[in-house]
Design a protein around this ligand. Sequence first.
Ligand code: AP5
Length: 189
Amino acid sequence: MLNVVIFGAPGSGKGTQSERIVEKFGINHISTGDVLRAEIKNGTELGKTAKGYIDQGQLIPDELMIDILASVFDSFKDSKGVIFDGFPRTIAQAGALKQMLADRGQAVSVMLDLDVPEEELMTRLIKRGQESGRADDNEETIKKRLLVYHSQTAPLIDWYKNEGVYKHIQGLGTMDGIFADICKAIENV
Ligand code: AP5
C-alpha cells in the first residue's frame, strides 16, 4: 500500500499536486477540505458546524475530523493506497492516522512537505478567491489560516522527521517541475 501524506501551508499546492499523483500512481485521494466543503454545500449538520470554523480560518475539532477521516478511508475497497491531503493538521491527528493505519497493517509511506514562501501563498490564494469565490480565500481569513498553520500544523514537520518518512519538496516553481520532484520522492519509497 502506498500511503502518501501531502503537507504544506494553505495554497502550497496540495490539491493541485494530489490530482497528478492520483492519476500517475492510481491511488485514492482524501481531501478533508473538499469533504467539508461538500458537506457545507449539501447543508448537512456537519457542514453547518464546519462552516463556522472554516469561515474563521480555524481547524475543525480533532475528534470530529478523525471520525470523518476514518469513515472516508474505510469506504475505499481494494485500494492501492491513499493520498491524505489536508490531514493530519495537528499532532493528535497524526497520532490517530498512525494508529488507524497500524490497525489495518499499514503505515504512512512518505510525507511530502511542499515548502512555499508566505508572500507567494498569499498571492496564490487571493487570486484563487477572486477567480473561484472560495469563501476562506480573503486576506483576513488567509492570515488566520497561516497563523493556525504555524502554531498547530507546522510542528508535524518534526513529528514526521522522527517517523523517518519526511521529504522536503521545493513548492515554488512550475507545476510540472514540482511534480517531477514529487514522483522521485514517491518512487524512492
Ligand atoms: P483545505 O481545503 O485543506 O485548505 P488549505 O490547507 O488551506 O489548502 P488550500 O486548498 O487552500 O491549498 P492547497 O495547498 O491545496 O493548494 P492548491 O493546490 O489549491 O482546508 C480548508 C479548511 O478546512 C481549513 O482551514 C480548516 O478549517 C478545515 N480543515 C480541513 N482539513 C482539516 C483537518 N484535518 N483538521 C481540521 N480542520 C480541517 O493551490 C492553491 C492555488 O495556487 C491554486 O489556485 C493553484 O492553481 C495555485 N498553484 C498551485 N501550484 C502552483 C504553482 N506551482 N505555481 C503557481 N500557482 C500554483
